[in-house]
Design a protein around this ligand. Structure first.
Ligand code: PFF
Length: 451
């Protein structure tokens, strides 16, 4: 007998929590810098196309599985498969993808905590100083990083241990509106700055120079990462969805919100960058090196903005991080009969240990032994999860709903909400477009077959 979830989200609770999961460091930290690295407009276009053609379908498929199963990931695949339930249990591997992501994701949340303190005390006064400060934190002062990383992991575990309603739902209820308000205020201010037009042009007009086939992999990987799909997270949240929630509307709202927030963050960050004549292609340091120095240059407004910016980034990161751990916690509770707190702190501790490796991989002291080939462990975890494992998880979801769930059950639940034309398109997407497109991308990435 499959254990059912006891707690349920309130009316907008699911949308807020799922949006909390989707909107994260991916939107505010990663999207702007990878857009910068890959030349802007064309990259944004490929990313948007992936979100609409592939991401949206998988998102809805995950919500459907979760709602129908009302249980943990493994039980969901096992219980809903029309054939081969015991084999489908293996789709539970997706839970581990999250654990790997969380290990480096919370390291970055730790950096953000540190930068809230920097913004409150003293911002670097120029770009050189900013770069030195970030590099010193990253490569030398691993004690500082470890401190903030530990704090982040503890907070994440604590929130989850409070349960779906008192923990996850409540935190999202406060942090999401706060984060969005801060971004909107920054956007309004950005419209008054000189780099606003250039920023829009950079994001929305195609520049093919820096774009190449590996940019496609990055764009597709990011579409998965930013929507939190392909790793049982949305599925797990949806397993606590309210009975009467319209899953199509909810999915559309979350995907739209996620996309809009990424674009807003991009516009704000590039406006600040262009306004001071700086280059946008600065890589992962864009938010931690370029922005702090520019905030300082902007005087009082900039200093206040810096504080709120890093707070909003911390909120975005935390609401995502809690969603990443929840699938494992729910699985351990349901299938291993663990108490919530044991399941939470136990799995958080495992992530913590792996995270320490990711953290040390960036340091001078340990970098060499934690580097394999061209990348260190931190970069490997990031690359493997976003570019390979999450897309793989996406195929699993698409194939499961497209071929292995009860057809009538799927149709009855979804068709009335979107009409038969869209329903048929959705099915075509799940059965053919997603598996074929993602397989091509993966083959290309692994070098088995090149475009
Ligand atoms: N979607 C989050 C972001 O854009 O930051 C990151 C993330 C959350 C990835 C949950 C994966 C996940 F399952």
């Amino acid at each position: 007998m499959i254990e059912k979830n006891k707690e349920r989200f309130g009316r907008i609770g699911f949308i807020l929590a799922a949006a909390g999961s989707a909107v994260g460091l991916g939107n505010i930290w990663k999207f702007p810098y990878i857009t910068g690295e890959n030349g802007g407009g064309v990259f944004v276009l490929v990313y948007l196309l992936t979100v609409v053609l592939i991401g949206m379908s998988i998102f809805l498929a995950e919500v459907l599985i979760g709602k129908k199963a009302n249980s943990d990931t493994v039980s969901a695949f096992e219980g809903l498969a029309t054939k081969g339930g015991h084999i489908w249990k293996a789709a539970g591997f997706t839970i581990f993808i999250g654990m790997l992501i969380l290990s480096f994701y919370s390291v970055v949340i730790g950096w953000i905590f540190h930068y809230i303190v920097v913004a409150l005390t003293a911002l670097p006064t120029n770009m050189k100083e900013a770069e030195e400060a970030f590099m010193t934190m990253l490569q030398v002062n691993w004690g500082t990083q470890l401190f903030y990383f530990s704090l982040a992991m503890f907070l994440i575990a604590f929130i989850i241990s409070q349960g779906v309603k008192r923990g996850i739902e409540k935190v999202n209820l406060y942090m999401m509106p706060a984060m969005m308000t801060i971004l909107v205020v920054m956007l309004v201010y950005a419209t008054t700055m000189s780099g606003f037009g250039q920023s829009l042009e950079f994001l929305f007009s195609p520049n093919f120079e820096k774009f190449n086939t590996s940019s496609i992999i990055v764009a597709v990987g990011h579409a998965f990462f930013t929507l939190s799909i392909g790793m049982a997270v949305i599925l797990t949240y949806a397993s606590s969805i309210g009975e009467d929630t319209n899953i199509v509307k909810a999915s559309l709202s979350v995907v739209a919100l996620d996309t809009i927030i990424a674009l807003v963050a991009g516009i704000v960050i590039f406006t600040i960058t262009f306004s001071s004549g700086t280059e946008p292609g600065k890589g992962a340091g864009l938010v931690f090196i370029t922005l702090p120095a520019l905030f300082y240059e902007m005087g009082t407004v900039g200093s206040i903005m810096a504080i709120f910016f890093f707070i909003s980034l911390a909120f975005a990161g935390l609401t995502s991080a809690i969603s990443i751990l929840e699938p494992m916690v729910m699985y351990l509770e349901n299938r291993w009969d663990m108490t919530k707190s044991k399941a939470t702190y136990g799995s958080a501790f495992v992530v913590y240990l792996v995270g320490i490796l990711a953290l040390l991989a960036n340091t001078k002291d340990f970098g060499a032994i934690l580097t394999i080939g061209s990348k260190n462990l931190f970069d490997w975890f990031d690359f493997l999860t976003a570019a390979i494992l999450m897309p793989l998880g996406g195929i699993v979801i698409a194939v499961f709903v497209g071929y292995f769930m009860d057809k009538d059950m799927v149709r009855d639940e979804v068709e009335p909400l979107m009409g038969s034309t869209f329903y048929n398109l959705w099915m075509i997407s799940l059965r053919y477009i997603v598996p074929i497109a993602i397989t091509l991308v993966l083959l290309n990435e692994t070098g088995i077959w090149k475009i």
